[in-house]
Design a protein around this ligand. Sequence first.
Ligand code: SF4
Length: 455
Amino acid sequence: MNNKNITPTVNPDEIFRIMQEDASKATIQTGWTQGVARSGSEKDSSSRSLKLHCTKCNIDTAGIYKRATDTERRCPRCDSLLMYCPACRHAVSATEKFSILSCDRCLTDYVTNMTVEYLASRDRSSREIILSGIRATGTLHLGIYLGAIRQFIEYELRDNLCMYFIADWHTLTTCHDPRKVSLNTLAVAMDYMAAGLNPERSIIYAQSSVPETAELALCLSMIQSKNKLEDLPTVKDVVRNSETMSMGHLQYPVLMAADILGPKATLVPVGSDQIPNVELARDLADKFNRQFGQTFTVPRIGSRTIKIPGFKGEKMSESRTESSISLQDRLEDISDKYTRFGITDTGRRTRNDPGNPNNCVSVYPVFKVLREDKPDALRVIENECLSGTRGCKECKLELAREIDDLIAPFRERRIKLANQQKYVEEILHYGGMKAREIVRCTLEEVRENMGIVSF
Ligand code: SF4
C-alpha cells in the first residue's frame, strides 16, 4: 500500500488510450518493457519488447488486453487478477483488497470502475445508503454498542451501502492533542470492527480521508444563515458549557451536513441530540436543490430509540468514563462500577424492602434492553424486585455478568486488532479511497451547478 495521495480511477477507455499510446511509442521508438514483472526493478525497464508478464507466475500476458473492456482479466495460468497499471504502465498481476486494486509491481492502489460499479450496484439493489459517524474522543461504550452499532450491523447484513466514519475533524473542536486524535481515530476503527462491523461489507473510513467533504462544507456554508446555526441546540450547548466558541463549533453542523450529503445518504441513524443537525442537513439539501437544481438526496432521519443510562441515569458517554461501561472493561471493572456508582430505586432502604423496577435508575433499564427477547427472564427480575426478594447488589452483579458475556468476544477481538495496527490502517486507507470516490462525484455536480469552473 502506498501512494496515499493518489486515488486514480481506472477508466477502461482511458487505459486503452494510454496502452495504444504506449504501443505506438513501442513500435515507433523502442517498444514496451520486457520482464519487469519478474523483478520489478528499474533495471528491467531498460529492456524493451512488447511482451508483458503476470507478476505472480511470470506467464506472458501479451494479447490479453485487446479491448477497452479488458482492464481486469485473470491470468490464464495462476488465475491472478491482471491489470494494466497506468502508473507504472505495465500489464501485471494485481491484488484486490476491499474492492480496491493494487498493482503488484508498483503497489499503486486504484479505485477501479469495477469498485464504483460494485458500490453503485449495491446502491441500486439495496434499500438505503446508510451514513453514520462517531467522534474520535475515546473508546466505545456499551450505550453506543446497544444503541447504534447493533443497528449498524443489521443494516450491513441487509446489504445496504453502509458508510461508517470516524469523525476526526469533528474531534478537533474539543481536542487539540495530535497524538490523542490520531490514536483515538485508530482506536475507534478497532472498536467498530471488534464490535462486529465488517470492512468487507461496510466502508469504514476516517472523515479526513475525504477532503472533498471540506470543500462541500464550504459550498454549503454559502447558503446557510449564521443565525440559524446559533439557534441549534448543539451550538447553544457549546455556548453554555465552553469558555470560547471556535469557528469550528459554529461550522460543525454544516460540516456534518457535508458528511451526510456528500455520499447522498438516504438514511442517517443518529441519537436524539443530533436530530436537529440532521434536520439542518435536510433543509440545506432542499434549499440547494431549489436554488441550484436537483443535486442532493434529502436524507431520512433514522432516530435511535434505545438509550442506555449511565450510573446516575444520565446518557452514557465515552468522554465520561466514570459513568460508562467501556467495551474493553472486564467483569471485575463492570461489577465494581455498578456496585459503587449504580443508582437503583432510591426508595428502598434495606435489601428486603419491596422495590419498583420503574424507579430503578441504572440497572433495570439495561436489563430491559438486554432481555428484550426474553420477556420471561425480565419478568423474574420485576417480580423479585417488587416482592423484595432480590437485593440491589446481587441484581447489579447479575447485570455485570450479563454485560460481560455480551462484550467478552469484543474484548478478545479488540486485543487481536490492537496487535494488527497495519491491517486497521489498511482498512481505513481503502475505506477512505472508496468514500472519496463516492463524494468526489457529488462535489463535481455541486461545483458545476454553482458555477465553479476548474481552469
Ligand atoms: S432489585 Fe434490581 S431492579 Fe430492583 S431496584 Fe434493585 S437493582 Fe433495580
